[in-house]
Design a protein around this ligand. Structure first.
Ligand code: ADP
Ligand code: SF4
Length: 709
């Protein structure tokens, strides 16, 4: 182990938080994960790995305290009654096994949840529709309701203590927690002692803090998570006025202030829209208002930025959700001086999609995230090689890089070949899009690891043919040659090519993202047709708009880059394009295209509901619809299977985008999985490929939990 660099000693100082002490300043703030009460063993294993990785504090996601505020179908934690304690206890045990404190974020979400499962009427300070589009309104709470919520919160705090938590939260963050709904004038129209002045609006939060302290304060630290700015200007709480005043009023009451900005899409901004430390401007004043420790977030991955935030008095504890997801061992790596080994979060929010889609969390950088229990994957450990087989990996995009790295870690002799002059594959293009430079970290991290391995050799500028692969005679061959964009419009909306697209006078004016990346100059105006719905079309519109082109973005969807709703970027993307002057047409497809007599293209647009047609003239058409695997090498090798044995080849496998195009996260996962499964024995296709949690079917088997190897 390398000696710790004294510059970072400050990060490893213990900090007292009320009656408990964290061993260092690394604080995993609460974060959702799509597992919650539905997959408690998976959850405990994931949190346990973070504790093992050195986080001094490891918190839960939101924990429902009552069926009167539940957030189905999303999977959050649950402490409705004592029956929930054993499942939650799995996590505290896993944290304590590695010397971390465990924090429970209790929540009551007021009008922010429609109670789809319990069918109880949501409650709010004042009558208001719920946040989702469900045709449900939350009712205004009377005094008995307020007393009930306080009682439920107190009971849940006691259950949290009994489940082994060291820190218990009152949650008023993100525009989600009921106390926040009381504080904010936007959602509190009350005329009693809980409405009107800020002092009155803060009363409910004050009461919850006092209740919780009274209930568990002797043994547990009492934390408040408060959004000090809603980024709504004078319409909401801002860090210059009511956010600041609320903290000042309650300054010494909690044992810890966990401060951030609301709503969640502002709190967890992607790298496309914010830099490391982006919340400092809002939270920097908090420490001047209280003597209690302050935790803040801002996607900190650099130890220097962390030290600086502490030394400048911005915060006492470095809060992290995403950096701890991308690298659960971030603290240990800093402590051991292994800075090159840090897997830095790229700020893409693929992790958020798991929670939003009600499935276990996944991460672009960390393919083991969410797989700790069900597949037994550990972010730092992997089984040693089971044979002396030599391996050729063709393609050094995210799939090939992760595959070669993980195989190298296992001890295999690996050759990694790529046709290009630098590694990264699709990442080279993605990272050149506006705001996506951090995506290159996926390649950079893996290259840093590979360069340290004597058993992995990289060959650039090496476009391989089937004959060459056969000549080399590696025992195992993986084809990770990526994908290319189609140029005929085929995709979700058009299951057949767009009418007229292949005509000789049309085709030269039709482009794909690959053409743009290859340097094609698109004549203006350009029509971008997005039937892909993720980042590509929106980012290209931004890029071309910035180059001065007149851009029209047409999509069959109801909004631009619709999938980015899941990464919480959609609002910012569409707003940005509108502000740039990009002409946006939604619920529109392309019925046909022809060469215009005056030059350029005549595009027949069709309304996706009515099929009403509208003509649009453009000089070029950029189709962002679907990708085809680049699998010619794989197909050629398959055709020559008879020659494999003579060449010493045992198997050829197509992986990542070359197998089925998807996200970068899917490519990294595919590469990692292929590396784990090499020599691991055949898994029959009719076997469930992971351990399942049978919660609610046959009950929990608590004994089966073990820290992954
Ligand atoms: P993935 O996302 O699955 O990693 P990418 O498209 O990012 O796929 O990367 C594929 C890589 O494969 C590219 O860097 C490309 O240069 C490389 N490649 C494609 N065909 C060949 C080939 N025949 N020989 C070597 N490298 C290839
Ligand atoms: Fe960071 Fe992306 Fe991983 Fe989330 S999915 S932790 S944003 S790298």
């Amino acid at each position: 182990m390398t000696q710790r660099d004294p510059r970072y000693d400050i990060l490893f100082e213990p900090v007292q938080i009320g009656p408990v002490t964290t061993k260092n300043r690394f604080y995993q703030v609460p974060h959702c994960n799509g597992m919650g009460h539905g997959k408690p063993q998976s959850l405990a294993a994931m949190r346990g790995v973070k504790a093992e990785g050195g986080w001094g504090v490891v918190c839960t996601e939101e924990i429902e305290i009552s069926p009167f505020s539940e957030i189905a179908p999303h999977f959050e934690g649950r402490l409705w009654d004592d029956a929930d304690i054993p499942a939650v206890r799995l996590m505290t045990d896993a944290c304590h096994a590695h010397g971390a404190l465990a924090g429970a974020e209790l929540f009551f979400n007021g009008y922010a949840t429609p109670n789809r499962y319990s069918r109880e009427i949501p409650m709010a300070p004042s009558h208001t529709p719920v946040r989702a589009t469900d045709p449900i309104q939350a009712r205004s709470m009377d005094k008995a309701d307020i007393a009930n919520v306080r009682r439920w919160h107190r009971a849940a705090a006691l259950r949290a203590r009994d489940a082994g938590f060291d820190i218990v939260y009152v949650y008023a963050g993100h525009d989600l927690g009921l106390p926040m709904h009381f504080i904010s004038r936007r959602t509190n129209r009350r005329t009693d002692e809980y409405g009107g002045s800020l002092e009155n609006r803060v009363r409910f939060l004050r009461e919850l803090i006092e209740d919780t302290k009274d209930a568990v304060g002797d043994r547990c630290a009492m934390a408040v998570r408060l959004a000090v700015d809603q980024l709504l200007g004078p319409l909401g709480i801002t860090s210059e006025n009511e956010g600041r005043d609320a903290i000042a009023m309650l300054a010494e009451l909690p044992d810890l202030w966990d401060v951030n900005i609301a709503d969640w899409s502002n709190d967890s901004q992607t790298a496309r829209f914010s830099q490391e430390g982006y919340q400092e401007q809002y939270i920097a004043h908090v420490k001047s208002l209280t003597t209690k420790p302050v935790v803040g977030v801002g996607r900190y991955t650099s130890p220097d930025a962390m030290v600086s935030a502490i030394k400048r008095g911005v915060m006492d504890l470095i809060g992290a959700a995403r950096p701890s997801i991308a690298d659960p061992f971030l603290p240990r790596k800093i402590e051991e001086g292994r800075f090159d080994d840090i897997r830095e979060c790229i700020g893409c929010n693929i992790c958020v999609t798991g929670d939003n889609l009600c499935v276990p969390i996944r991460c672009t950088q960390n393919p083991t995230m969410g797989e700790e229990w069900r597949k037994g994957w550990h972010p730092e450990r992997i089984a040693p090689a089971q044979s002396k087989d030599t391996v050729l990996v063709v393609g050094a995009g995210p799939t090939g890089l992760e595959l070669a790295r993980a195989l190298g870690q296992r001890g295999y002799e690996v050759a990694l070949a790529d046709a290009g002059t630098r590694v990264g594959g699709r990442l080279i293009n993605d990272a050149a899009l506006p705001g996506l430079a951090t995506w290159m970290r996926v390649a950079d991290h893996r290259m840093l690891q590979i360069q340290k391995m004597t058993n992995v050799n990289l060959y650039l500028d090496s476009r391989l043919s089937a004959s060459e692969v056969l000549e080399f005679g590696f025992n195992r061959v993986f084809i990770a040659t990526g994908a290319r964009w189609r140029k005929d419009g085929l995709g979700r909306q058009h299951r057949m090519a767009i009418d007229g697209i292949a005509n000789a006078d049309v085709a030269p004016k039709v482009f794909s993202p690959d053409d743009v990346f290859a340097g094609a100059a698109l004549p203006s105006p350009v029509l971008i047709y997005d039937d892909d719905h993720y980042y590509m079309a929106g980012a290209l519109a931004e890029r071309l708009g910035k180059q001065g082109l007149e851009v029209h973005l047409v999509t069959p969807s109801v909004k631009v880059s619709e999938f980015t709703d899941m990464t919480m970027e959609q609002q910012r993307i569409q707003a940005g394009l509108l502000k740039m002057g990009v002409q946006i047409r939604t619920t529109t497809s392309i019925a046909g295209v022809s060469a215009a007599p005056e030059g350029g293209l005549h595009v027949q647009l069709a309304n996706t509901y009515t099929d009403d047609r509208t003509p649009l003239h453009c000089a070029s058409l950029l189709l962002v619809t679907m990708r085809d695997p680049v699998d010619e090498l794989f197909t050629a090798l398959q055709a020559r299977q008879g020659e494999w044995q003579g060449a010493g080849i045992k198997a050829v496998q197509c992986v990542g985008d070359a197998f089925a195009p998807g996200t970068v996260a899917a490519a990294v996962y595919a590469g990692h999985r292929a590396a784990r499964e090499l020599d691991a024995g055949e898994l029959p296709m009719d076997t469930v490929p992971f351990r399942r949690e049978m919660v609610g079917i046959v009950g929990l088997d608590f004994r089966s939990y073990s820290v992954p190897k």
